[in-house]
Structures are given as structure tokens and as C-alpha cells.
Design a protein around this ligand. Structure first.
Ligand SMILES: Nc1ncnc2c1ncn2[C@@H]1O[C@H](COP(=O)(O)OP(=O)(O)OP(=O)(O)O)[C@@H](O)[C@H]1O
Ligand SMILES: [Mg+2]
Length: 346
């Protein structure tokens, strides 16, 4: 199946309200022809549920005609004009990248924090937004003593190891669970962005809540993300759930930049023997399923757990594991550069 054929088929689908076809009226956001099928992402004007359903049906029908039995998937993303209203980034920011996971507890917050501090050591101006509304922990892992200050109407994020950090945890305390529902979640994260004095940022790292539920979905759509990085552990159970979140981001039209496998192995400090405590291959399988790069494998390092509990992130002088995150930071930057180059070609 060729992309041109798909485009031709799409130009036969008319918008019943305007009478124009969806291709020339700019309602086709992207077309991905892949092995075994085709995915089309539409940004429909006036996206009422009835209109979306109608377009899903007519596009599916039109593409089924040419797909020779292959899979046809029709997804929707907000139109640029709506995105403008509903998505908020700091006013001056180079890249915004989120860390996501299928399962909880796989090390998403740890990877977010160390990715941020590695980028800061490379000389970039970095912010970290802990948007895990249910389990905000970055502020504890980075320095429980840190406090928010306010200047006028704006919040000044504390700076730890060169990273400006803003966490929902500053507001919810440590003992009261936050109960927030759908629409509030999106509004809260947008307020967090606009009410914080981030200054100029080269990079904003966002720690999302785990899973593919409403909160993760709404948060991911409330920011204009350059991409997400999936964190998984080596077990098949974790890799399968990670694949689910991959499909969620794909459906939202958000690029997945790559996979980080955490807790990959343990090296005995006494004899140097390497043990794969949680099995192996979860990172590889997730990246293969998603068709993206495995960006890093981070070992299980007790000093990581300890330093997080103490609220004192490790420096490269204190542990070798930090160099793994430095490598991750470099891969992420070159991946983003490659995306930018290919966008320039298109
Ligand atoms: N590579 C590692 N080596 C040792 N301990 C680790 C490693 N990665 C994470 N941990 C520890 O495992 C625990 C869970 O990690 P973390 O909080 O980063 O996971 P998470 O995915 O953000 O969890 P949640 O879904 O609850 O937000 C923490 O105590 C953390 O210190
Ligand atoms: Mg976390």
C-alpha cells in the first residue's frame, strides 16, 4: 500500500457540513503506512462525537477498499486551533519531553530526575515538572527541605543540582491523597505551567502518572510535547503494559522517542558478577514492539534507592550509575535533533 493511494482515497471523503473533502480542507493530520496496515490521524473541525463517529466510519470504509485486508486504524488529534487553547508550555522552552510508563513503580520518577540533572550538567537550562498528581515524589527525592517561594503572582521553583523543579507535591503535602478528576487535572497542569516563573528553559522534563488512564491521557494532552520516553523493567509483564502506553501515545499523535529499561541487572559489589534479577529482554521487546530505540539500560543500584529516600540525588562522583543517565541524556538530545532535521526535510 502506498501513501499516495491512501491520500487519494482520503480525498474522496467529504465533510457533510462543508461539502469539501477532508484532505483539501486540512483535516488529515498524518498518514502512517506500516507493515500490515495503515493509520490515519484526523483533526476534525467542530469535533462533536457524531461528526467524529461519522468520519471514522467513512474513512474506514474508503481505506478498507484499498487496504487488501490490512489493518485500518483511524485516530483523532485536536486541531491546531484547539491545541492552542488547551495546550500550555512555559513561554520560553526549547524541548518538552515526558517520561511515561505502563506500570507504576518502574522508576519513572528516578529516570526523570536523573535525566534532568544530567542535562543540567551538560550546561542546559532545565526544568522538571512532576505532574504525577496521584504520587508526586520528585520534590521528596530531590530535597525534602526545598520550599516554593512566591514573587507577586508567580511561583519561584527551587533549584536543585541546577534543575528548576515544580511538583504537585508542594501543594498536596505528604499525607493527604489528592483526589482530582478529569477536567481539573488538565487545568491544574496548565496552571502549574503558567503560574511558575520558569525563566528561559532549554528543556522541560515532565514526570507523568503511570498507566493509560484518564489522568495520564489528559496531562499528556495539556502540554505540547516533543515526545515521550517509555520506562519499563525487564519482566514481560511490565513490557506488555508498556506496549499499551505506547499505543495510547500513538493514538494521540505524540511521538515516542524511545525506551529506557530500568532495574536491568545488578552487579555484585564484592565479586563483580552480573545478575539479571528481573529477567531480561523487556526493554528490547518494548522497543521492538514500538519500533523505537532502546535508549538506555539502567542497573539496579541500591545507592539510587537510598539517595532518593534521603532526598539527595547522586552525583557522577558518587556513583557510576549516573553515567548511564548522562548517556541517556545525550541519546535523547540527538534523537530530538534527528527529528528536527527530518522535519526540516519534509
Ligand atoms: N535502578 C534503580 N536501582 C535501585 N532503586 C531504584 C532504581 N530505580 C528506581 N528505584 C527505586 O524504586 C522505587 C520506585 O522508583 P520510582 O519512584 O522512580 O518509580 P515510579 O515509576 O516513578 O513510581 P510511581 O509509579 O509510583 O510514580 C524508588 O524507591 C526508587 O528509589
Ligand atoms: Mg513516580
Amino acid at each position: 500500500l502506498e501513501k499516495n493511494e491512501v491520500l487519494r482515497a482520503l480525498s474522496a471523503v467529504k465533510d457533510p457540513d462543508s461539502g469539501k473533502d477532508i484532505l483539501s480542507s486540512g483535516q488529515v493530520r498524518s498518514v502512517n503506512v506500516e507493515t500490515g496496515g495503515v493509520q490515519v490521524i484526523l483533526s476534525i473541525v467542530n469535533p462533536t462525537p457524531e461528526r467524529l463517529e461519522r468520519f471514522r466510519e467513512s474513512v474506514t470504509q474508503e481505506l478498507a477498499r484499498i487496504s487488501q485486508g490490512g489493518r485500518v486504524q483511524v485516530d483523532f488529534a485536536p486541531a491546531a486551533s484547539e491545541q492552542h487553547l488547551s495546550q500550555t508550555n512555559p513561554s520560553k522552552v526549547g524541548h518538552v519531553v515526558a517520561l511515561a510508563s505502563g506500570k507504576g513503580g518502574v522508576g519513572k520518577s528516578t529516570v526523570s530526575i536523573y535525566l534532568a540533572t544530567s542535562l543540567a550538567r551538560m550546561g542546559l537550562s532545565v526544568g522538571l515538572l512532576d505532574a504525577d498528581i496521584y504520587g508526586a515524589s520528585a520534590h521528596l527525592m530531590l530535597g525534602p527541605e526545598s520550599k516554593l517561594e512566591a514573587r507577586g503572582n508567580m511561583l519561584i521553583p527551587p533549584r536543585i543540582q541546577g534543575v528548576k523543579i515544580m511538583s504537585m507535591g508542594y501543594f498536596s503535602g505528604t499525607e493527604t491523597p489528592v483526589i482530582w478528576r478529569g477536567p481539573l487535572v488538565g487545568k491544574a497542569v496548565r496552571d502549574f505551567i503558567t503560574l511558575t516563573d520558569w525563566g528561559e528553559l532549554d528543556f522541560l522534563v515532565v514526570d507523568l502518572p503511570p498507566g493509560t488512564g484518564d489522568a495520564a491521557l489528559t496531562l499528556a494532552q495539556s502540554l505540547k510535547l516533543d515526545g515521550v520516553i517509555l520506562v519499563t523493567t525487564p519482566q514481560e509483564a511490565a513490557a506488555q503494559v508498556a506496549a499499551k502506553s505506547f499505543y495510547m501515545f500513538k493514538r494521540l499523535g505524540i511521538p515516542v522517542l524511545g525506551v529506557v529499561e530500568n532495574m536491568s541487572y545488578f552487579v555484585c559489589p564484592k565479586c563483580g558478577e552480573k545478575t539479571e534479577i528481573f529477567g531480561s529482554g523487556g526493554g528490547e521487546r518494548t522497543s521492538e514492539r514500538a519500533g523505537v530505540q532502546l535508549l538506555a539500560k539502567v542497573p539496579l543500584a541500591p545507592e539510587l534507592t537510598y539517595s532518593s529516600d534521603m532526598g539527595e540525588p547522586l552525583t557522577p562522583e558518587q556513583s557510576n550509575v549516573v553515567s548511564e543517565f548522562d548517556r541517556l541524556a545525550k541519546s535523547v538530545l540527538s534523537r530530538l535533533q534527528a527529528d528536527k532535521d527530518s522535519a526540516a526535510v519534509l
